[in-house]
Design a protein around this ligand. Structure first.
Ligand code: NAP
Length: 485
């Protein structure tokens, strides 16, 4: 099967924070891979911008080292690397002052092409950048800005940030990135649901027993301790990534696959979430081992109440999902790095095979990492002469097997999303009202924790989280799926 790569139009992409960790690990390698795939125009220009003193040659060296280190696919030959790097340049510039902006304007002037500004800097600088882009006359009517997470730390700050950006850019120019939405399997979730007649009739509380979403990491906070401790699992993962996965899994079919229709439906889901009961939330902090520090030691704050794990039982109050529980969990230092959405269907209404056949359920699993893919668990007869014994087997829809080896080379989420910015497609980016609605749901949970002053529960490194998280499902007669790589 031949993959179809549609070249993007020529563009200028300014990466504010072009020397930072995100640019190094994700943005520059992603651009290089799109270049190799023939999707990045040979006239496109990428301009790194930060305060550090650097010339174009030094920035190209920085990008070369980043690609060497983080483009492990090695899909592109060395000769392509040099031509790609020739399209990069660098401007020394301060988001908080006026130094360097005239040089950036000179670099961009005279070009009619699409202009994108990637805000790969701390969120405190988003407003400064938006203001100066406009003040220095860099914002063309077609210009777009890409805003990294975190988008606020509560409803009030998200509203203030939306208002600040709205002074300078229209909503159609603002791309709030959530890289989970750029994952191939997440988009496939929509294709599975709305491209087939098979699943959608069953996709409701009548046939679905419950849905569980797990985003588990095996690593701790590592060098990000300072940042993470001000945020925690609720703000860092639940309010954005898990909420977005929940929306795509449960939304009504949009009338068409376009940014307004899809985001309207996602927003309706968030607004239909009921407030979470105190007994339906569990939060935890990982303990250390002989070799690894515990959370408190790792963030160097022995009194911290920030959670490295959270599990929630959520409910969506609408016709489709009334009565169906949604179990959501995320955490660090868990048994394995594994993220999945599992749609657990109800038991067959009557077993003609009798009690001895045991309990069997269909489970549709969308694996986000590792090994992106979709698996449908079906019940069949165990082969052999031993009577009617039933066994559950997976129908594995691994892309490479179905679509050929080319499909195994799944683009990184950033590749897809950056190209969407250039194409002007906002479908996989969060709209301002969605972000605010998500904070509206999470704020009361965080406020209640802060008001109580209670410490998160401890859990062992390499476990599935605190015992209370297991109890959250056991008391409903259900259990979490095993966290396995
Ligand atoms: P970082 O490593 O600290 O890099 C920050 C960048 O911003 C550097 O290039 C820095 O260079 C530049 N910068 C700082 N102050 C500036 C100023 N006043 N004017 C112009 N440039 C300035 O941060 P990061 O990890 O790349 O994160 C960037 C953004 O992405 C943050 O919002 C973060 O939350 C988000 N994010 C990061 C990751 C990740 O994996 N790293 C993942 C998701 C989201 P100079 O100091 O030389 O100016």
């Amino acid at each position: 099967m031949v993959s179809r790569v549609i070249p993007a139009q020529p563009f200028d992409l300014v990466i504010f924070g072009g020397t930072g960790d995100l640019a190094r690990r994700k943005i520059l390698p992603a651009l290089f891979r799109r270049y190799c795939a023939g999707q990045m125009d040979r006239d496109a220009r990428i301009i790194g911008a930060a305060r550090g003193d650097m010339d174009d040659a030094a920035y190209r060296d920085f990008a070369r080292a980043a690609i060497d280190e983080f483009d492990d696919d090695a899909v592109c030959a060395a000769e392509h690397l040099e031509t790609f790097l020739s399209q990069l340049s660098y401007v020394t510039l301060d988001a908080r002052g006026d130094d360097g902006w005239a040089a950036l304007k000179d670099r961009l002037d005279g070009s009619e092409r699409i202009r994108a500004f990637y805000f790969s800097v701390g969120p405190a600088l988003f407003g400064d950048l938006a203001t100066r882009i406009e003040a220095h006359g860099l914002a063309t009517p077609e210009a777009r800005i890409v805003v990294e997470k975190p988008f606020g730390r509560d409803l009030a700050s998200a509203r203030a940030l939306n208002a600040e950006l709205a002074k300078h850019f229209k909503e159609t120019q603002i791309y709030r990135i959530d890289h989970y939405l750029g994952k191939e399997t997440v988009q496939n979730l929509m294709a599975i649901r709305f491209g087939n007649t098979l699943f959608e009739p069953l996709w409701n509380s009548q046939y679905v027993d419950h849905i569980q979403i797990t985003v588990a990491e095996s690593g701790g906070v590592g060098t990000r301790g300072g940042y993470y401790d001000k945020s925690g699992a609720m703000r860092d993962m639940m309010q954005n990534h898990i909420m977005q996965l929940l929306c795509l899994t449960t939304m009504e079919p949009p009338a068409k696959y376009d940014p307004h229709a899809v985001r309207d439906e996602k927003l309706k889901v968030i607004r239909a979430l009921s407030p979470v009961e105190p007994g339906d939330v569990v939060r935890g902090q990982y303990e250390g081992t002989d070799r690894l520090p515990g959370y408190r030691n790792e963030v160097e704050n022995c009194d911290t109440l920030t959670e490295s794990f959270v599990a929630i039982k959520a409910r969506i109050c609408n016709w489709r999902w009334a009565g169906t529980p949604f179990y959501l969990r995320t955490g660090k230092r868990l048994r394995a790095r594994a993220s999945e959405i599992a749609i657990v269907f109800k038991d067959a209404p009557h077993s003609i095979f009798g009690a001895a056949a045991g309990r069997h359920r269909n489970i549709l699993t969308i694996r986000l990492q590792p090994n992106e893919g979709i698996e449908m668990g079906v019940t069949i007869k165990e082969p052999g002469p031993g009577g009617m014994r039933l066994v559950d087997v997976p129908l594995d829809m691994t892309f490479s097997e179905a679509l050929g080896p080319e499909a195994a080379d799944i683009p990184d989420a950033y590749e897809r999303l950056i190209m969407d910015v250039i194409r002007g497609d906002q479908t996989l980016f969060m709209r301002g009202d969605e972000v605010e609605a998500a904070w509206e749901w999470t704020d009361p949970i965080i406020d209640a924790w802060e008001a109580s002053g209670a410490a998160p529960l401890r859990y062992a490194t390499g476990s599935s989280g605190p015992d209370d998280a297991l109890a959250l499902m056991h008391r409903d007669g259900r259990s979490w799926r095993e966290i396995r790589p």
